[in-house]
Design a protein. Sequence first.
Lengths: 146, 146
Amino acid sequence: MREPPATNPPTAAAASLVQGFQGWMSSNDLSPAACPVRDVLDQLGDKWSTLLLIALAAGPRRFGVLRRTVPDISQRMLTQTLRDLQRDGLIDRQVFPTKPPSVEYSLSPLGTSLLEPVAALVAWAERNHADIRVARARYDAEDAAA
Amino acid sequence: MREPPATNPPTAAAASLVQGFQGWMSSNDLSPAACPVRDVLDQLGDKWSTLLLIALAAGPRRFGVLRRTVPDISQRMLTQTLRDLQRDGLIDRQVFPTKPPSVEYSLSPLGTSLLEPVAALVAWAERNHADIRVARARYDAEDAAA
DNA sequence: CTGAATCCAGCCCGATACTG
DNA sequence: CAGTATCGGGCTGGATTCAG
């Protein structure tokens, strides 16, 4: 067999993506609920989910600690994001009936398993952050010239 | 050396995340521009970026083809998302001065390299989509009972 | 065919104040 | 300490229309 005709180097990753993509696009309907990418990635795509997941990677943390760990999150968003993550089964919530009460959040096994692909993505982001910033600056410069 | 005191199984992924996290959180400032997670992931977190990246994984595609490939995207969002991806250097844009003109989008080397971690994330999403849906249903049921 | 421009609805999210 | 409730602004993103 000769080289495939694809104009892009057909990475194993690309092949996997293309195959899966055709699956949930052409199979039946394209309802967002049936599409793992939208149903799962949209969650992680919000402003704080990934950050909190990473913060909890170091171990269980209490509400107030998380609040200080991510300094610019509001308590509203902290509560809401934690509840969403809990709803998806990614984190567990344990209440200690002390006085005053304290609540500890921790990654569930499911959430822990999510850490691996997330770490890969973060590693990529760190590796290529500089390149992206350069690309942006160049694009904006050309844009300003026009 | 004995087992570490962390309450979570310290995956290699977790360790990597924790280390990087402390880096850009405690190093100096917490400006979103200096944080790869926010600066890069927020882009991919929008409604269409990841989907278009996946659609382009199969090879270069013209504007109209992409439009039909992702049926429920508006041309406004298609244009805007493509421009943002191009700005970050993830995709290339080539104009063919035909009549009428046609434009072809393709993944850049940088964009292709992003496919790998994205594929890992998508694979995770597909593997655990069912579990997540179950967790949601359970959470909502308890919520309704209260 | 590929886009730009405009208008507008909805929700994301922050600030603040209040409970147990 | 750990939330909840309310208000409001800003941005996302859809529908439509116009242009090259």
